[in-house]
Design a protein around this ligand. Structure first.
Ligand SMILES: *[C@@H]1O[C@H](CO)[C@@H](O)[C@H](O)[C@H]1NC(C)=O
Ligand SMILES: *[C@@H]1O[C@H](CO)[C@@H](O)[C@H](O)[C@H]1NC(C)=O
Ligand SMILES: *[C@@H]1O[C@H](CO)[C@@H](O)[C@H](O)[C@H]1NC(C)=O
Ligand SMILES: *[C@@H]1O[C@H](CO)[C@@H](O)[C@H](O)[C@H]1NC(C)=O
Ligand SMILES: *[C@@H]1O[C@H](CO)[C@@H](O)[C@H](O)[C@H]1NC(C)=O
Ligand SMILES: *[C@@H]1O[C@H](CO)[C@@H](O)[C@H](O)[C@H]1NC(C)=O
Ligand SMILES: *[C@@H]1O[C@H](CO)[C@@H](O)[C@H](O)[C@H]1NC(C)=O
Length: 525
């Protein structure tokens, strides 16, 4: 990325020692240790990151400041990392968020932390007091949720939800003040999924912390979102059906066939899911190929798929939350309707079951006794779990408050990019949040813009790349140029290079003619 400001010369690596950071402290914390280690000509090799973040970054020169601290009486130990460019500081600070059950820390590095450092940002991230290993926290057990059966580890939950995040913003700004002769010009947040929720939490609760917030596929309205994530398994248990992924994939493909062209062009994605009313039951009985085995689409698979699209309801039929958009890959490994199947070759049977890893919110934080199953509960018991979840946690981590007036007054700007085919965090929740912000303030576009991207799932490793979010947020914050569209580039489903200009919600993309791999073939209506 280009440098937007002249390079600062004041980052002096011989100042990279703990003695140089006297103001890195806060009234509500006790610093346990502070290390500051100069790194010169450092090469960062991402280990597990997907493209485009997997390319090694060479020639990094920075001061690696690590602060370990506790909130006295809370028995938490938080490790916050602050990397300060020694030679090419661009006058900006960018904090990076986490994902899944990771607050941030080492698990976040792939999301662009080191590339932002290379671009000259001072960067920070925090582990929030618990492990940062995505994979270790993706399973059915949650090592940091409880202090003992029945007892939530409240300090770690609020650290994850907001406390350690706000601490990190303040500690990092102090470190920047101590290290550079020149003042900090602009502060930014960058995060996706959990990190997108965290970005919204700052706008709602700490509106002064950042001038600009990038929130990708944000898990806003967290409490309601978990009712959706848990819903397909609840319906499977209720119906006693656990369809193999191939059946739901076939229904998804049929929905794609019915709705792909609603925007005027066939391009392997549903760009107008709002117009798509395809009924999963309409293909029951259709012959399909299930990984080489001839099969048919069952009624059970249609029930589970339709329920995932419609979203959770109470026992009396009350709306609880939105569902997934048709065309989302809801049955892939790790997605909410993705079952785990075991084939028995001797009997020729294939036995499937739901994936309980997606139930940890209800198992651990809501129910608090993870050994007690939430399988095959009644619909009334389901209602009780959803109710308890909201009662206990909405103000803690819900991140659903549409009052962004303080953020607006502070002059903040926030950009959201969210895939319409998101198969974990539904984009419907993001659209709803935007609508509720708009209902309070019709001038929402002055500080908050949402871009819903057709055909994109819940990851940054898709063939179509995440737009250059830092460029957009910097232009908006520093030059007053608000993004009208976000340019995406990458490959389409056929492997051809493709570009798209993603429209600012509530506008949607419509094909007007010409080569559909070119942005000019579409307009926002
Ligand atoms: C860096 O800081 C040290 C310690 O304050 C000082 O002696 C040295 O002259 C500085 N170097 C530059 C290039 O400013
Ligand atoms: C930086 O490290 C690379 C190897 O990673 C080496 O080729 C290069 O010479 C080093 N540059 C300096 C200035 O030390
Ligand atoms: C920064 O310092 C911490 C604490 O010593 C260490 O764990 C970490 O690996 C260092 N990071 C780099 C990139 O050197
Ligand atoms: C503090 O936390 C540690 C684990 O992080 C635990 O082993 C210890 O028992 C806790 N102490 C108290 C007083 O709760
Ligand atoms: C739930 O009940 C169904 C029968 O409706 C049964 O097939 C299934 O094995 C049960 N699941 C669990 C985890 O107990
Ligand atoms: C279950 O879901 C989790 C979380 O999405 C995922 O990481 C894991 O791979 C899935 N497990 C299996 C066996 O499919
Ligand atoms: C969904 O799965 C299909 C078939 O495997 C694949 O072509 C498509 O890229 C996937 N879509 C997303 C958004 O991941």
């Amino acid at each position: 990325m280009e440098q937007y400001l002249p390079h600062y010369t004041s980052g002096n690596s011989s100042l990279c020692s703990p003695l140089s950071f006297p103001s890195v402290d806060l009234p509500n914390i006790e610093v346990l240790a502070l290390t500051a280690i100069p790194r010169e000509n450092y090469t960062y090799i991402p280990s597990t990151a997907p493209p485009p973040f997997s390319t090694p970054i060479t020639g990094l020169n920075f001061c690696n400041v690590t602060v370990s601290y506790t909130h006295p009486g809370w028995n938490d130990t938080i490790v916050t990392s602050i990397y300060l460019p020694a030679k090419n500081w661009n006058g900006r600070y960018q904090a990076h968020g986490g994902g899944g059950w990771v607050t941030g820390g080492s698990g976040t590095l792939f999301t662009g932390f080191m590339s932002a450092l290379a671009d000259g940002f001072a960067v920070s991230t925090t582990d929030g007091g618990h492990i940062s290993d995505f994979a270790a926290l993706a399973g059915p057990t949650m090592p940091w949720a409880l202090t003992s059966p029945g007892n939530v580890n409240w300090p770690l939950l609020v650290d994850f939800a907001y406390v350690a995040l706000h601490d990190t913003a303040l500690l990092s700004k102090s470190a920047i003040h101590d290290f550079y002769a020149d003042p900090l010009k602009y502060s930014y947040w960058f995060g996706g999924s959990q990190g997108g929720r965290q970005g919204h939490m700052f706008a709602q609760r700490y509106p002064e912390d950042f001038d600009g917030i990038v929130a990708l596929f944000p898990a806003v309205c967290y409490i309601q979102l978990f009712a959706l994530i848990a819903w397909p398994m609840f319906v499977m248990d209720k119906e006693g059906v656990y369809p193999p992924p191939c059946e739901i994939e076939a229904i998804t493909a049929a929905a794609m066939g019915a709705c792909d062209t609603l925007d005027g062009v066939e391009d392997g994605m549903i760009s107008r899911p709002d117009l798509c009313t395809f009924d999963a039951h309409s293909v029951v009985g259709q012959a399909i190929d299930c990984e080489g085995v001839p099969s048919t689409i069952s009624k059970g698979a249609a029930v589970i798929t339709q329920a995932s699209w419609d979203g959770p309801r109470s026992s009396t039929g009350e709306f609880l939350w939105y569902g997934y958009q048709r065309g989302s890959n809801i049955s892939v490994l790790g997605a909410p309707a993705g079952t785990i199947c075991t084939a028995d070759n001797s009997t020729g049977t294939n036995t499937c079951d739901a994936n309980t890893s997606l139930q940890v919110w209800f198992n651990y934080w809501v129910q608090k006794y993870p050994d007690e199953t939430i399988r095959n509960i009644t619909h009334e018991q389901w209602d009780d779990l959803v109710y308890a979840s909201a009662q206990e946690y909405e103000s803690v981590i819900g991140t659903c408050n549409p009052d962004l007036s303080r953020f607006k007054r502070a002059g903040g700007k926030m950009i959201v990019w969210h895939g319409l085919a998101d198969n974990l965090v539904t984009a419907n929740g993001t659209a709803d949040y935007y609508d509720r912000v708009t209902a309070r303030d019709p001038d929402v576009h002055e500080y908050y813009r949402v871009f819903l991207a057709p055909g994109i799932g819940h990851d940054a490793g898709a063939a179509i790349r995440v737009p250059d979010m830092n460029k957009y947020i910097i232009d908006w914050v520093e030059k007053g140029v608000a993004p009208e569209v976000l340019r995406e580039t990458g490959m389409d489903v056929k492997g051809n290079p493709v570009e798209r200009d993603i429209c600012a919600y509530p506008k949607v993309q419509h094909y007007i003619g010409g080569n559909s791999t070119k942005a000019e073939a579409f307009k926002c209506v």
